[in-house]
Design a protein around this ligand. Sequence first.
Ligand SMILES: [Zn+2]
Length: 307
Amino acid sequence: MVKKKNRIGIDYGGTKIEGILLNVNGLEIKRKRYSYKKNYISGIETVKKLVDEFDKISGHYCSVGIGIPGFSSKDTELVTNANSLWLNNKPFKKDLEIALNRKVKLMNDANCFTLSEAVDGAGKEFKSIFGIIIGTGFGGGLSYKKEIIEGANQIAGDWGHQPLPYPTDEEIKTKIKCPSSNCGRPLCAEQFMSGIGFSKIFNAKHNTNFDAEEIVSLDNKYDKRAEEELNLYEDRMARLMAVMIGIFDPDAIILGGGMSNIDRLYKNIPPLISKYTFSNKVNTKVIKNFHGDSSGVRGAAWLWNDV
Ligand SMILES: [Zn+2]
């Protein structure tokens, strides 16, 4: 019988690289995080340092899964769409396999989040999951029966750069355009829904200089401006979710990233969704993640589900 291996999950962030070591039953043995110089070589060296440490603890070569911004193209094996720009057009998978002396699996970080929550997080009781990350960016991933649906173009569920559905006159008048090179389109949802986008819209309207967290705490103090902007934000999110319900109709939608800590979203969004769906009753649950910041590394470790 082949001995089961421990799993290593790596979350490749823009400034830090985090690793987790899970035992054969999925329990956390160790977690560690290193800063690195924002360049390609330093990133590979840092991943190797984490993997070497975890191998040593385990006494064997563990499986390695890595969550990255963007994705590693199945056609070319080059990284595409990464906001850590030094990764783009690099054969990251191949170079890691040489450095680590084993096969590795790479996956988009929103997919890693979704997988982690589907396997043993907030979505463990549900068959179909739509995971959304709302932080500095805005993206999503789909999972069915605890597996990621990656899609022919490797962007299934990643609808954050589609235009905002049912735009209002006020939204059209903002003339907001996306700065990302693969998007650049007007009304790009990320420009409205990310933490940065949300605060930019508020500040432009009220001539202020708050970040998203400060606007939320204003709302907690019954500030009318903050309350109105959050009402608009919830309506936009309901429209975006309704589009995904019309296509994938998930059992649960799970939120992660900084904006997922806004409690009122879970109460206010569900009743708004049916305004925009072809169904008068919406059974889809809108819930907060369970694993918090750990979801990225945990999902990366679960990319190897058969070791
Ligand atoms: Zn965009």
